[in-house]
Design a protein around this ligand. Structure first.
Ligand code: HEM
Ligand SMILES: CC(C)=CCC/C(C)=C/CC/C(C)=C/COP(=O)(O)OP(=O)(O)O
Length: 299
């Protein structure tokens, strides 16, 4: 990422700043921003939470997903070392020891469970912990290196935040929360597979059975298109069930058509630019869809 600075004057953070940056990196903060957005928007759809409850839920969610990220860094350090995208991560680079990353990750997960149980409710704490177990145990340790369905099944972990948000506000999980879970669940494969087309060679090098490595790029593009249509159908469920009104209907329709359009373009053009564009669009898509839910519920 910082190739230009490496050859000229390396920008090396020292001491405490480097340590802070490394431990922050272990928590995968950029991914967390979207996880937290789905949490907060769901909370606003579920009711009228206080600012304090929103902040506590975000802190608890960050600690548990961040803890999962840190344990993922620990477990994947062997393959991360061999891929250019990940070789400079805190553990494979040697800046953070494997044991420290593992301890840090488990510590954050415990802190999250205790904090959420004591200040929110046990259901929200347990759901958040299930996200940790799903990402670490199910995806990272069990499925990632074994099956081409790794991210389809493992993606359920990343879809847990709406359940956490709903449980934090209402103390239970309703059908609408389950639909929001399903939306993130069906969004994850096209989100990741679009990017995986660009990272295919690296995954092949380390033997991780991602879809383009095992079934080829053409099949990956076909599956992305299939999932983008499925995703559109799933986004209509909460509207059909009476959970949302016109604002959501129009937003989900427009966003869904744009997603399917991007997937069709990738299927037809079969080029890297279309894959990158669809991956980037997937991030904006999910954010906009969840924001539209709040607009629908509050306006
Ligand atoms: C099994 C599920 C998932 C897989 C395998 C996956 C994989 C990836 C990968 C490989 C990247 C590239 C950037 C990086 O190096 O980290 C990425 C980026 C990203 N993902 Fe996912 N993802 C998944 C689920 C999610 C979920 C559920 C969310 C949030 C709702 C999410 C949000 C993001 C964001 C915001 C980025 C951009 C990060 C950046 O700019 O560095 N991902 N994802
Ligand atoms: C508690 C809770 C809700 C947890 C959320 C789980 C979570 C952080 C989901 C996002 C998944 C993610 C970033 C996968 C990256 O795949 P990878 O680890 O294979 O990618 P990498 O090669 O970049 O490490």
């Amino acid at each position: 990422m910082e190739a230009s600075t490496v050859t000229t004057a390396p920008v090396i953070r020292t001491g405490a700043r480097q340590v802070f940056a490394d431990y922050l990196d272990l928590t995968k903060p950029k991914v967390q921003s979207l996880l937290l957005l789905t949490t907060v928007t769901t909370m606003l759809v579920a009711g009228t939470p206080s600012v304090g409850l929103i902040l506590l839920t975000c802190l608890g969610g960050y600690l548990s997903a961040g803890g999962a990220g840190a344990v993922n860094h620990w477990y994947d350090r062997d393959i991360d070392l061999q891929m250019a995208r990940t070789a400079d991560r805190p553990v494979p680079s040697g800046r953070v020891s494997p044991r420290a990353a593992l301890t840090f990750g488990i510590g954050l997960a415990i802190a999250s469970f205790v904090l959420m149980s004591l200040t929110i409710n046990v259901l929200a704490a347990s759901l958040s912990f299930s996200g940790f177990v799903g990402y670490v145990g199910v995806y990272t340790m069990w499925l990632k290196r074994r099956t081409v369905q790794n991210i389809v099944i493992g993606g359920a972990a990343g879809a847990v935040p709406p359940l956490v948000g709903w449980a934090a506000v209402t103390g239970s999980v309703s059908w609408i929360a389950v639909y929001l879970f399903a939306i993130v669940f069906f969004w994850t494969p096209p989100h990741f597979w679009a990017l995986s087309i660009l990272m295919k060679d690296e995954y092949a090098k380390v033997g991780v059975p991602m879809l383009p490595v095992v079934r080829g790029e053409q099949e990956t593009r076909r599956q992305i298109l299939l999932y983008s249509v499925l995703l559109y159908a799933v986004t209509q469920l909460p509207y059909c069930a009476g959970g949302f009104g016109t604002i959501y209907l129009v937003a989900s329709l427009g966003l869904g058509l744009a997603f399917i359009g991007g997937a069709v373009k990738l299927y037809r053009d079969a080029d890297r630019a279309a894959a990158l564009k669809l991956y980037l669009f997937s991030l904006a898509y999910l954010a906009a869809l969840f924001v539209s839910m709040v607009a629908d519920a509050k306006l």
